[in-house]
Design a protein around this ligand. Structure first.
Ligand code: FA5
Length: 363
């Protein structure tokens, strides 16, 4: 119930406040409102306006509360008076802080001197492996090969089955990889792209396929779990193993010089028959160090696998093996780059150490 205004109360107090509780609510509300309004003040005029609205001698909100306090019962007045004094001090402090912050110049960044020389930006550069891959590509391009690529996420069919690895074939163990669920995996070699290309194109085919491959592998100086390969594929009428040998020998001599010693070793791949692995003399130790970490003292290092395309693979892509023959190879880019640049450990390629990377330049 509202109290009647007592005689002698100020004519400025229009609203009668019933009790201390309601009075406290009004004081709290004013304090909250003040915080919001301070945040909106941008200049001295705004500050003056705010000061008048709160502390103005006639209509300031705080002044009006002082008037209204007089209508409270005598017993409530000391508490209400104390409340109002605290509020008034707070308002004064807030306004003083606001005035100070308006007087301070806006924070500015450092002065710019346009006459100073600019900062030189570091340009990125091709990674040594990319540089080397380009070098391999250009030698094959000179021989009339085209360049193809394919997906790094492959299906079991392209990575294995179409290449003549039936499910559960033990040869799959050598190409173990990360399986992504369902039928998908990270490809273990670039050979699946052979199938993809032969599915869409009929012979003659003469291509190389550079790309990244993945294996379940424990890293050591010559093995990585992710590395680069360049696949080669030639299919036409009358293609023989002699063409494969001649092409690879020419390629390796272009890279390492005419004196390079190479050897073809019989091997096995489910998708080529016959198959051969190609070794080059160990250029790290010159075939002289029985304790060499690169060739394990054998004097040779395997750099690629190769062979004549198996007739079953041709059948899988509807190419008639009675009319066409072909060969394929897959080489490890890092392995060859290690010899070309004299790098003793394959892991240097992946450490992103600029002191290492900067030693290699595009020719
Ligand atoms: C293959 O990957 C076959 N797809 C190659 C092939 C293609 C054979 C076409 C016949 C016809 P292999 O697993 O041997 O084969 O790998 C080929 C080359 O990749 C190796 O000679 C080696 O140079 C490189 N290589 C293999 N494993 C690693 C590894 N963990 N780290 C770095 N390089 C590797």
């Amino acid at each position: 119930m509202l109290r009647k205004r007592s005689a002698g109360s100020s004519s400025r107090s229009k609203t009668l406040l019933p009790d201390l509780k309601t009075f406290r609510t009004a004081v709290d509300a004013l304090r909250t409102k003040l915080d919001g309004e301070c945040a909106g003040v941008r200049d001295a005029d705004g500050l003056e306006d705010l000061r008048n609205r709160y502390l103005g001698r006639k209509r300031g909100s705080v002044t009006l509360l002082f008037d209204q306090m007089k209508t409270l019962p005598a017993a409530d007045k000391p508490a209400a008076g104390q409340m109002l004094n605290v509020l008034k001090t707070k308002v004064q402090e807030k306004l003083a802080a606001l005035e100070e912050s308006l007087r301070r110049p806006a924070t500015r960044g450092p002065e710019i001197d346009p006459t100073l020389p600019g900062e030189r930006l570091a340009w990125g550069a091709a990674h040594p492996l990319r540089i080397f891959q380009r070098e391999i590509e250009s030698i094959f391009e000179e021989m009339g090969f085209g360049i193809e690529d394919g997906p790094e996420i492959e299906s079991d069919y392209y990575n294995f089955e179409a290449l003549n690895f039936p499910p559960h074939h033990p040869a799959r163990d050598d190409w173990d990889t990360i399986y992504l669920g369902g039928d998908l995996l990270l490809r273990t070699h670039t050979s699946p792209v052979q199938i993809r290309v032969m599915e869409k194109r009929k012979p003659p085919i003469r291509i190389i396929i550079p790309g990244k491959v993945y294996r379940r592998e424990t890293p050591d100086p010559t093995h990585a779990a992710m590395f680069f390969q360049v696949e080669g594929l030639v299919v036409d009428r009358g293609i023989t193993f002699a063409h494969l040998k001649g092409t690879l020998e020419h390629f390796l001599k272009r890279l390492f010089g005419d004196k390079l010693k190479t050897r073809f070793r019989p091997s096995f791949f489910p998708f080529t028959e016959p198959s051969a692995e190609v070794d080059i003399e160990c250029l790290a130790c010159g075939q002289k160090d029985p304790a060499c970490r690169v060739c394990n003292g054998t004097g040779w290092k395997e750099i690629l696998g190769s062979g004549m395309v198996d007739p079953q693979v041709f059948k899988n892509v509807n190419i008639d093996p009675e009319q066409y023959s072909g060969w394929a190879f897959g080489m490890g880019v890092e392995r060859i780059a290690m010899f070309a640049y004299g790098i003793p450990d394959i892991r240097h390629f992946y450490e992103n150490d600029l002191r290492f990377n900067r030693q290699f330049q595009l020719k």
